[in-house]
Design a protein around this ligand. Structure first.
Ligand code: 5GP
Ligand code: ZN
Length: 115
């Protein structure tokens, strides 16, 4: 999947209409279209990074921003105190379906080890 066809790149470029809950120069956040918890938000890098396997030292700021954006969204969404999970799927066995780096913020119910 290249940057022209990638769904998250198209959202980043505003070619595809989607409500952004948060955005800055490095990341943006949207509601997952198929929520697996009462709160299910995706924090997505602006850069087309295929997966966690493709991260390097130059991505340190982007990675930090993913976490700080997630914490901000958790606080604003009222789930900071009850708890939340931040998850990044990498590869087939983890169920990665979109090969553009993103973090899941899951909250609003008791999350077991399998999610
Ligand atoms: P992955 O399975 O790669 O870890 O996560 C990809 C996520 O993107 C899935 O949870 C899926 O529901 C979500 N997703 C896929 N296409 C769209 C879309 O067009 N809009 C939104 N909001 N979420 C999407
Ligand atoms: Zn992409």
């Amino acid at each position: 999947m290249n940057v022209d066809d990638c769904i998250f790149c198209r959202m980043a470029r505003d070619e595809m209409k989607v409500d952004k809950l948060y955005e800055d120069d490095l990341v943006f956040a949207i509601y997952d279209i198929n929520p697996r918890a009462p709160t299910h938000i995706l924090i997505i890098t602006r850069e087309h990074i295929l997966s966690a396997l493709h991260l390097g030292p130059k991505h340190a700021a982007t990675l930090g921003r993913m976490y700080t954006a997630a914490a901000k969204l958790a606080k604003e969404g009222g789930v900071a105190d009850s708890g939340f999970r931040l998850a990044v799927n990498c590869g087939d066995d983890a169920g990665q379906t979109v090969y553009h780096l993103h973090m899941h913020l899951l909250a609003g119910r008791r999350l077991g080890p399998e999610g």
